[in-house]
Design a protein. Sequence first.
Length: 307
Amino acid sequence: MSAVSTVTVSVPATTANLGPGFDCIGAALTLYNQFQFTRLDTTEPALKITVTGIEAERVKTDDSNLAYQAFVHLYQKLAQTPPAVHIEIVLGVPLARGLGSSATAIVGGLVGANQLAGAPLSEIEVMQLAIAMEGHPDNVVPALLGGCRLAATASDGGWEICEIPWHSNIVPVVAIPNFELSTAEARRVLPANYSRTDAIFNTAHLGLLLRGLETGTGSWLRAAMQDRIHQPYRQALIAGYEAVFAAALDVGAYGMVISGAGPTLLALVETQLGESVAAAMKAAWAHQGVSAEVMSVKLDTQGARFS
């Protein structure tokens, strides 16, 4: 494929864990960050970054920008000097809220660089670079490929990626509060070891979650979203968690989980209940003094798109 001078990449937000699927399952959602990469003449500065959209002022515009670091990383993989580039970023995914904003930057930078370079790497090779940069697969894989994905290490040390069927009657509702929770802080509260009982509990419930997502069986989903690995320890970091959880279930949600490391909360509901569950979650948090953006979204099935 011949090289191009401009490429635009749209990357979906992601939600990871879905309760018992800690660090191994993630799903792409219909919220997006957009990254446009344009080659610059060599007489211009080597890097120009402009950012618009939500919280744009918080995104770095020098060579520490994560999308640019991913862009450079791919060229280093090719043993090539990265071209001078103008990166235009349009943000639609909130930062540091557990919706995979860093994964969008990594995937956007890698896909953009690969296309500007003439697409020398396959999608699988780009995915492997993304996992190595992020350190784990649960956000970058669905951000790149779309859908709901389970990642497991292969016998040769690589990755096996399995698409998880998602029933059309299951709708994600995301409740994004006006406060942040760093991944590092959310990791610090987790124990170093778990009991055999808790390991068995999560194994069983992850299996049930996969079948519940595939079939849309409500009773399976209600049981399946329970977790003993991360959520019991992280709930205390999220003000109003119990109230929002109770409100979502009262209106008919199958269950509610922490999205990624939080603080965004994610409910899975029947299609016709999406708006009412969203309203109940928003009202419950408001009653706790927390302003939140709450919306019924969909599963993104395409992943990163470029043009």
